[in-house]
Design a binder for this molecule. Structure first.
Ligand code: GFB
Length: 313
């Protein structure tokens, strides 16, 4: 089912537009000619506050909603703040989805995550493997919230006929990522660690865990492109995987970043930190079959992200 998205005259609300994914969606919308993009920072609008969210929708009346606002973080953040990861995300997504229904949003896209698949599901992960086994414990609260979000999308389609869809991205990276030393995802963490090691003349960089886990990385601009493609071309209760199909071990990722940053020292794997799920590569053949494919290779994306790094304190 194809939906005409009215970029020019429609009002497009990207929830979470200051985050890496939301900012990429914002850029992509502007590139397609969108001019009406109501925004609120988290200081201006707390998406965990149902009344405030309702008032925002009543005032701004968005036609299209991209639900990229979420509490996110890497494996350490997920393990350190499990209550915030489930509570905040349940609140944010419930409030935005319900307000979108109440105020007649024409289409909404909800961002899930590849970490909602069972820890030991067969690989590559096909959409039908969802909810077939236990989750990876390190991010179970976050994954539970995202599973609930997907269920909300399905339920709102069934009960109210809302044109809401869910997508499941692989691990993401790109400009505007969170570079917090402990709380970030691995790509941002390693970009920072290697860059600082070179700047400070250090000869060793710590890499958490064993280095053996396999992950699939996508640049946030490719993700934004896939999301808009699905807004235009997809309408179903079934979620869609968004991945590159290419996986890399954490050790090889660290070696690639070492090379890209010009780091010549040693990697020190620290087994005191967890590996998380051993492998997480998605089967994105459904998306490919609709006619979308990624265009930013890991090498290209890594190099462009490197030159966009902020200064670190
Ligand atoms: O990106 P990441 O934190 O999360 O870590 P997940 C991926 C892998 O990189 C793990 C290793 O095996 C980490 O142990 N790693 C090595 C590091 N060095 C570092 C480092 O300095 N920082 C970090 N963060 N990792 C997350 C979920 O899982 O994936 C989230 O916890 C979310 O909920 C996200 O779904 C996409 O890929 O393991």
């Amino acid at each position: 089912m194809t939906n005409k998205i009215d970029y020019l005259n429609g009002r497009h609300y990207v929830a979470g537009h200051r985050g890496m994914v939301g900012a990429a969606l914002h850029r992509a919308l502007i590139n397609r000619g969108a001019t009406q993009l109501p925004t609120r920072t988290s200081a201006e609008l707390d998406l965990r506050d149902a009344a405030a969210v309702r008032m925002f929708f009543e005032t701004e009346r968005p036609d299209y909603v991209y639900l990229a606002a979420a509490k996110v973080g890497g494996i350490w953040a997920n393990m350190s703040y499990p209550a915030s990861f489930i509570y905040d995300n349940l609140q944010i997504q419930s409030n935005v989805i319900e307000a979108a229904r109440e105020f007649g949003v024409r289409k909404l896209l909800f961002l899930g995550s590849s970490c909602i698949y069972p820890k030991l599901a067969p690989q590559p992960l096909k959409e039908e493997y969802l909810m077939t086994g236990p989750l990876e414990p390190s991010n179970e609260p976050y994954a539970m919230a995202k599973l609930a979000g997907m269920s909300l999308i399905r339920a709102y389609r069934k009960q109210y006929g809302c044109d809401f869809i869910s997508v499941l991205p692989c691990n993401l990276y790109g400009p505007g990522d969170n570079y917090h030393p402990q709380q970030s995802h691995v790509m941002a963490a390693l970009l920072r660690k290697f860059t600082e090691a070179v700047q400070q003349g250090r000869t060793e960089v710590e890499v958490w865990g064993s280095g053996s886990p396999l992950r699939e990385f996508m640049h946030c601009d490719d993700l934004a492109s896939a999301c808009l493609f699905l807004m235009e071309n997809y309408s179903s209760e079934d979620p869609v995987n968004i991945g590159t199909g290419t996986e890399i071990s954490i050790k090889d990722l660290a070696l690639s970043i070492a090379q890209a940053t010009g780091f010549k020292g040693n990697l020190k794997f620290n087994p005191d930190y967890p590996d998380g799920t051993p492998r997480k590569v998605m089967d994105s053949s459904k998306l490919l079959s609709y006619g979308w494919a990624p265009s930013i290779s890991l090498t290209k994306g890594l190099n462009s992200t490197l030159i966009s790094l902020p200064g670190f304190d």
